[in-house]
Design a protein around this ligand. Structure first.
Ligand code: KG4
Ligand code: ZN
Length: 347
């Protein structure tokens, strides 16, 4: 079964063709980073306009690279949420229009679930379920128990900033370009992660929940000096900035690794699936291997960490098998859970 995937939840327009949920025939990503960089963050209106301009050329390019006509596609999968409403509407409307015009069924897919599926499609099945899944993206941070593809229990999520958002804000504070995550990682390479005593937040009674806003504020105070006036950051040397980046990065990653490791032990799993843009970080992958040598981490293959349509088409295959095509009145959903809260959350 060949599925055309469409992804427009935020600032990437992506289309892909994937066979039987795993074999990627094409995965075209048109990034909008250039468009938003000047504003230091995604401007929703600009994002929508760019999606309109590039969606059809990106679809055509994905079909051309896969070397099949639209009629050779068995279904169209589209991320219908969560994300920016205008951006979602663009992808959803394109998918519905192509579906109607070419008489091909279409299916809505949850973007966050697809981030986790990216790790699954990157590794040979079978995966030892239940395992722990961790989503680390610009908009979401969640820890789940994965019982099967499509069956998840939410163990914890962030109470404030998503981890990628915290990286982007810290990047901004350090004067780095948008999006900050990869630049923070680069700067941190020359830094001492033990210089500043930073740590991720904990939520009382919820061992797997996250909070990154306190960590972000601690970085701000470190940059400014506790009682210093704004602008003091100008006095920081490059080494100071590298040490701050490294200390922040390690605090954020250790928090995630400790909670994921704790959940794996509590649920008797030896496998942790990782998904989302932040998993692009080589530092995170190395740190996990060093801190949790007894656990197997499954990471997304290159090109599948950041937003992409291959993960949408891949998961779309399973959603089609499980529940069939979506109705044409499926609406864009800016916030949708992909997992119900686990009754064992207080373990
Ligand atoms: O999953 P994604 O492409 O988009 C969302 O669904 O949000 O994630 C983008 C996020 C951004 O916040 C970006 O800064 C972060 O992933 N990111 C990183 C790295 N590469 C991308 N964060 C830390 N280290 C990286 N190397
Ligand atoms: Zn994403």
């Amino acid at each position: 079964m060949r599925i055309l995937g469409i992804e427009t939840t935020c600032d990437e327009t992506s289309c892909a063709v994937v066979e039987d949920g795993r074999r990627i025939l094409s995965n075209v990503v048109s990034s909008q980073i250039d468009l938003h960089a000047a504003f230091g963050g995604v401007v929703p209106e600009l994002s929508c306009r760019r999606h309109v301009e590039v969606i059809l050329p990106v679809v055509k390019e994905a079909l051309a690279q896969a070397d099949i006509p639209l009629e050779g596609v068995d279904a169209i999968a589209v991320a219908y949420g969560p994300g920016l409403v205008g951006a979602l509407l663009l992808g959803l409307t394109a998918a519905k229009a192509l579906s109607l015009a070419a008489h091909i069924p279409f299916v809505g897919v949850n973007h966050i679930e697809a981030h986790l599926y990216a790790a699954m499609m990157s590794h040979p099945m079978p995966i030892a379920f239940p395992c722990v899944g961790v989503v680390l993206s610009g908009g979401h941070t969640a820890l789940v128990r994965v019982d099967a593809i499509g069956s998840y229990k939410l163990l914890g999520e962030t109470h404030d900033d998503a981890i990628g958002e915290a990286f982007d804000k810290v990047g901004k504070m350090l004067g780095l370009p948008y999006p900050g995550g990869p630049h923070v990682e680069m700067l941190a390479r020359g830094g001492n992660p033990y210089r500043f005593p930073l740590r991720g937040g904990c939520i009382k009674g919820r061992p797997y929940d996250f909070s990154f806003s306190g960590l972000k504020t601690a970085v701000l105070y470190t940059i400014q000096g506790q009682n210093a006036c704004a602008g003091a950051s100008n006095d920081l040397s490059l080494q100071d900035k590298a040490d701050i980046a490294a200390s922040f990065q390690q605090a954020a990653f250790d928090d995630v690794i400790d909670k994921a490791g704790g959940a794996a032990r509590a649920y008797g799993s030896t496998t942790v699936l990782f998904g989302g843009g932040v998993t692009n970080s080589k530092t995170l992958r190395e740190r996990f291997a060093a801190k949790e040598p007894a656990l197997t981490a499954l990471w997304p293959a290159p090109g599948l960490s950041l937003d992409n349509a291959a993960m949408i088409a891949g998961l779309g295959y399973h959603v089609m098998q499980r529940q069939g095509a979506s109705a044409l009145d499926l609406e864009a959903a800016t916030r949708i859970p992909f997992a119900g809260r686990c009754e064992h959350e207080a373990l």
